[in-house]
Design a protein around this ligand. Structure first.
Ligand code: NI
Length: 184
């Protein structure tokens, strides 16, 4: 395993559409995923997409830990374990959107307020070639949409409607919520 170098906004690999993975079970994909998980955890991120480590393939890893849940709706599980998604697809289940603070390991030091679809279903494959299908809301839905955007060459600032809500992380922690805006 290895900690990989993270591409930053402006690098062409972050601005192109990533290619599908031919075989999710291939040893080089397993190696890539292991390195991506190590890199994400080392950087304290909630998610990471392969283009962020200079690999233009449709692979993302993410997690939605319990402390990011939305207690106002206890009937729905907002957490997600450490998840690998290869060749992911997202289906919108409800057109309603939620705003939230986001950060990105490729846009270090900043936070931005982004509206995202509140309720989605996503599907993809793990490194054993098994199909993964889940419903997601809240932070879980947000992190999946953020990571899948990376596969389309889209960084979160391009999703922002109000650039007045693009702020430095240090000011964010000082003046705004302590919660929200993990890098991914
Ligand atoms: Ni990101």
């Amino acid at each position: 395993m290895a900690i990989l170098k993270i591409a930053r906004m402006g690098h062409p690999v972050l601005g192109r559409r990533a290619d599908p993975v031919a075989d999710p079970r291939a040893p080089e994909i397993k190696r890539l995923v292991a390195d991506m998980i190590e890199t994400m955890q080392d950087a304290n991120g909630a998610g990471l997409a392969a283009p962020q480590v200079h690999v233009p393939l449709r692979v993302v890893v993410f997690q939605a830990p319990p402390d990011r849940g939305e207690p106002e709706e206890e009937s729905f599980d907002h957490t997600a374990p450490l998840t690998v998604l290869i060749n992911p697809a997202i289906e919108v289940l409800d057109k309603e959107t939620d705003g939230g603070w986001e950060g990105c390991l490729s846009v270090p030091g900043l936070r931005g307020w982004v509206e995202r679809t509140a309720h989605i279903r996503y599907a993809g494959y793990d490194t054993e070639g098994r199909r993964v299908v889940r419903e997601a809301k809240g932070f879980h839905a947000r992190v999946v949409q953020h990571e899948c955007d990376h596969l389309e060459g889209i960084l979160y600032p391009a999703r922002m409607k109000d650039m007045g809500k693009l702020v430095f992380e240090s000011e964010f922690s000082h003046w705004l919520s302590k919660k929200g805006g993990d890098d991914s």
